[in-house]
Design a protein around this ligand. Structure first.
Ligand code: C2O
Ligand code: CU
Ligand code: CU
Length: 528
């Protein structure tokens, strides 16, 4: 299999001398790199090598990176329903890594979770039996306590799961021309052009947010696309940043898929929220030939927003990097990338019907479980425990309230400062403890509650249906089946597993803010 540098296209365009903010220029405007597709559907063993690399994000400076068989990130792995994919993951790094197939329905032994760490110099060759609806997935390393830094440095890639019987022929399908993969990530560079990262201090609560936006490993690139209907497969591959995406001219577009496949009723929208690890597929009509910018609003998700209301929380978010990396207008929006429809038109129109997507989860629930994503802690002399801590005097709660006096209450009380303890149902993750046993094929309702801020909740090995959010029913037709969903205050999901996970290779459930996950906001369970 040929190994071409992922960043070749982008790197060639980086010729401008260093100017502007910081020691090195942020090279916005390079061509969007299009990761190559490696097809695993013929069942042949394919080597995926976790290795170090160097990439040119900034002019005049190489950044040390890691990747799967590339300098930064990995190839797009295409797998076909009804076939067996045989990746062989080789670890050429000097630390433990895994390759977790996020969203893929495979048994625990093939899932690539923390128990399946690959030692330096060793390899891991799972057999992936592909059987689920057509969709866009991804893969990334998943070492407990190290997922944040490893994904940040580059151990992640996209996956395409295809189903020849789904009937996707009417959709744009020319890779890199009208079928465009977009892996959105935020990064911060230090004074010598290296990735800066810390999960300590405030980042433990806030999650790490960078001040540069990368798409497919290029800073605010330009995608040269067909003048016609263009399909965007967007993955939020950031550690913590939540994007609220729209186009600068306000044009609307059609959402055709969410995490686990096509929607049963596509919806026309002009803005959407994408939390870490979520995917969305859009069709946007660029037949007018006008260039458009993809913009995001600043992310103000923070414990302070939860406890003090939006103004203070927003200020806190800005201070901690949640705010605007490069504001482009007065509303605090910033540019993610731009699209230039300068290639020949594809003459496609918006399809009336989509390929067959996943249906709602059938069957009557046999069990309910509750998962509290908890951030309890203490500050000052106050008590922090499940059920409410104290500080000063006065009442604090989510969405408003005051500081400087009284009780704090939001599922679990507590404040930042002292010892922030992240966990699920009050316990930080332990590799040695199984937190739940789920019966194979059982339909369950899980109630997930978020503490102090919004948390993207993810479950391995299956896809789930969101029934309600903050007590209000959610329409399945427009949300589709998910494997990660942003929990504001509470969420009810309907879930069932059709693959097994033994205690030696259990499935994970966790917050996908990687700093929260690494700090213990994760649990593990068996299926079988
Ligand atoms: Cu995307 Cu447990 O992971
Ligand atoms: Cu996962
Ligand atoms: Cu979280």
């Amino acid at each position: 299999m040929k190994r071409r540098s992922f960043l070749a296209a982008g790197a060639a365009a980086l010729v401008t001398p260093a100017i502007g903010r910081g020691a090195f220029a942020a090279e916005a405007g390079a061509p969007l790199p299009i990761p190559e597709i490696w097809d695993l559907s013929d069942g042949a063993s394919t080597d995926l090598v976790a290795r170090t690399g160097r990439a040119s994000f900034l002019s005049g400076r190489d950044t040390s990176t890691i990747g799967y068989s590339q300098n930064f990130l990995g190839p797009v792995l295409r797998v076909r329903r009804g076939s067996i994919a045989r990746p062989r993951v080789i670890n050429e790094l000097n630390r433990l890594v895994t390759a977790h197939w996020h969203g893929l329905h495979v048994p625990g032994e093939a899932d690539g979770g923390p128990q399946l760490a690959i030692a330096p110099g060793r390899d891991w060759a799972p057999e992936l039996e592909i059987d689920q609806p057509e969709t866009t997935l991804w893969y990334h390393s998943h070492i407990h306590g190290e997922t944040g830094p490893q994904v940040y440095q580059g151990l992640a890639g996209m996956m395409l799961l295809t189903d020849p019987d789904a009937g996707g022929d009417a959709l744009p399908s020319e890779w890199g021309v009208d079928d465009i993969p977009l892996i959105i990530q935020d990064r911060t560079f230090d004074g010598s052009g290296q990735f800066a990262y810390s999960s300590a201090g405030p980042n433990r609560m806030m999650g790490f947010r960078g001040d540069r936006i990368l798409v497919n490993g290029a800073i605010q690139p330009v995608a040269s696309v067909a003048q016609g209907v263009v399909r965007l497969r967007i993955l939020n591959g950031s550690n913590a940043r939540i994007y609220r995406l729209s186009f600068d001219d306000g044009r609307d577009f059609r959402q055709i898929a969410s995490d686990a496949g096509y929607l049963s009723r596509p919806s026309n929208i002009s803005q959407f929220t994408l939390a870490p690890a979520e995917r969305v597929e859009l069709l946007v009509d660029l037949s007018d030939g006008a260039p458009v910018k993809l913009l995001s609003e600043a992310d103000d998700n923070s414990p302070m927003a939860g406890m003090m209301g939006d103004t203070m929380g927003g200020m806190m978010g800005d201070m901690m990097g949640g705010g605007s990396p490069q504001a482009v207008d007065g509303s605090g929006r910033f540019e993610v990338m731009s699209l230039s429809p300068d290639r020949p038109t594809n003459d496609l129109s918006m399809p009336e019907n989509l390929p067959l997507g996943p249906g709602a989860i059938p069957g009557e629930p046999v069990r309910r479980r509750a998962f509290d994503l908890s951030m309890s802690s203490m500050m000052g002399g106050g008590m922090g425990n499940s059920g409410g801590g104290m500080m000063g005097g006065g009442v604090m709660n989510r969405g408003g309230g005051m500081m400087g006096g009284g009780m704090m209450d939001r599922n679990h009380g507590g404040m930042m400062g002292g010892g922030m303890s992240l966990g699920i149902n009050g316990q930080p993750y332990s590799m040695d403890r199984i937190d739940a046993d789920v019966g194979l094929g059982d339909v369950e309702i899980w109630e997930v509650r978020a503490d102090m801020m919004q948390h993207p909740f993810h479950v391995h090995g299956t896809s789930f249906q969101v029934l309600s959010a903050n007590g209000r029913p959610v329409d399945f037709d427009t949300m589709g089946l998910k494997d990660v969903a942003l929990v504001d205050q509470s969420m009810e999901i309907k879930i069932s597993f059709d693959r097994t996970a033994p205690s030696a290779a259990p499935y994970m459930l966790h917050c996908h803010i990687l700093e929260h996950e690494d700090a213990g906001m994760m649990a593990q369970f068996t299926v079988g």
